[in-house]
Design a protein around this ligand. Structure first.
Ligand code: PLP
Length: 352
């Protein structure tokens, strides 16, 4: 099997680059006394989750129960689900998951979620660990003030079946100062109330090299760093050489000078722009733009005449790699020995 014989469009991952990325960031966390809890939503593959654990991660993060179930099936045994889990069906699944994942934790940012968790775990042998999600500026989930964090922490700690583990935030890009301010205030309030806060968990790849500057943070959750992508290169967090994942695509038409059509469209590259212009970076062709995507066609444009041959394979670094992983049943991994192996994306489509 060689790259030339892979049917396109396809996802190709360079294992040596992925390993280098995760080892490098583990070393950073070790150096700064941070526990690393990688977010598996980027790769959705037990193969890489296990590699992250072997390198020194304390556990993994999943966004959704179904991702956690897929990882538990593969033997991962320390999982944080960073989501408000609601409704009888999901709570029953969470309870079943807790029976086979010895270290399971979830987040909550409201009393309704905590009530549901408490009902589901009231008679459990082991209390479910809960972290209170705090809004430090991303304006997604999260309580707005340290006072509200304390109130919910007390509710958790007074609920049979639940155990207060700490605080969690997913900050905006450039949010380390805000995280520092919020968490310092919240820690103080918790300590005055006599509540132990074992974990303060923050995350995000764009600020990964500043993770140590938010005081009080004990754990860092990071996902994209294993593959990297165009958005992180453009933000200066990594280089093209650090991008482990690329989309292999074939030029299917060259209808006009300065224009070519490829067989990867929005169903492969996704329409995520993340504030950028164009839908990805064509490796080795810095001046070529991916100007539009249809579902199964991508349009490349550049200034000048003929450039690509019909049938030629090119590689594209997507804008946002995590959503690309969720688009395909299988990825190709080029091992450190150069051999290609196909992996099923175990947690693909894991959105419930
Ligand atoms: C809750 C949470 N933690 C951590 C991450 C990891 O972010 P990144 O992929 O930027 O490392 C995300 C990303 O969406 C997230 O939602």
């Amino acid at each position: 099997m060689s790259i030339e014989t892979i049917e396109t469009p396809a996802i190709l991952i360079d294992e040596a680059v992925a390993r280098r990325n995760l080892v490098k960031y583990q070393a950073y966390c070790d150096e700064h006394g941070l526990a690393l809890r990688p977010h598996i939503k980027t790769h959705k593959l037990p193969h890489f989750a296990k590699m992250q654990m072997a390198a020194g991660a304390v556990g993994i993060t999943c966004q959704k129960l179904s991702e956690a179930e897929a990882m538990a099936d593969a033997g991962l045994d320390d999982i944080l689900i960073t989501y408000n889990i609601l409704g009888p069906a999901k709570l029953a699944r969470l309870r079943r998951l807790a029976e086979r994942v010895p270290r399971l934790a979830v987040t909550a940012d409201n009393a309704v979620t905590i009530e549901g968790l408490a009902r589901a775990f009231a008679d459990a042998d082991n209390a479910l660990a809960v972290l209170i999600e705090c809004n430090t500026g991303a304006n997604r989930c999260g309580v707005a003030t340290p006072g509200e964090a304390l109130e919910l922490a007390q509710t958790v700690s007074n609920s049979p079946g639940l155990a207060f583990r700490g605080l969690m935030t997913y900050p905006p890009v450039g949010g380390t100062v805000a995280v520092d301010k919020f968490m310092t205030g919240a820690k103080e309030l918790l300590s005055q109330a006599g509540l132990a806060c074992a974990t303060i968990s923050s995350g995000g790849s764009p600020d990964m090299w500043r993770a140590d500057s938010a005081g009080g943070v004990t754990e860092y959750r990071i996902g994209t760093y294993i593959y990297n992508d165009r958005s992180l290169v453009e933000r200066g967090a990594c280089t093209w050489e650090d991008c482990a994942l690329s989309v292999l695509t074939t030029v299917v038409s060259t209808p006009a000078p300065g224009r070519a059509i490829i067989d990867a469209g929005s169903k492969t590259l996704t329409s995520d722009l993340l504030g950028l212009t164009g839908f990805g970076h064509v490796l080795g062709h810095d001046d070529v733009s991916i100007v539009t995507l249809n579902e199964e066609h991508g349009t490349l444009e550049w200034d000048g005449g003929a450039r690509f041959e019909i049938g030629e394979t090119i590689r594209i670094v997507p804008n946002h790699v995590c959503v690309v992983s969720n688009m395909v049943d299988h990825v190709w991994v080029r091992g450190e020995d150069g051999d290609l192996e196909q992996y099923a994306v175990a947690a693909r489509g894991g959105i419930t």
